[in-house]
Design a protein around this ligand. Sequence first.
Ligand SMILES: [Zn+2]
Length: 82
Amino acid sequence: MQKLFLFLLGLVAIWYARRLWRRQDVDGQSSSRGEDGGRDVSPETMRECFHCGVLVPESEGLISGGEFFCSPEHARAAGRTS
Ligand SMILES: [Zn+2]
């Protein structure tokens, strides 16, 4: 009886391990194809406005006098461009 139980346990363990292994394989393929290929856009660097301190994506702000600003108005307000 105990042998039968161990035998069944072994079968289940093998089945379960194969299932896990196969799923990992599929996941690895799909992630390497789907996510890496689709995610060309890297997370943008957020920078703090020198004047008001708000966090703005680097591409939306501007750099003036070596400092980062959220808008031309703030660059002017900080007296960097006048
Ligand atoms: Zn600002």
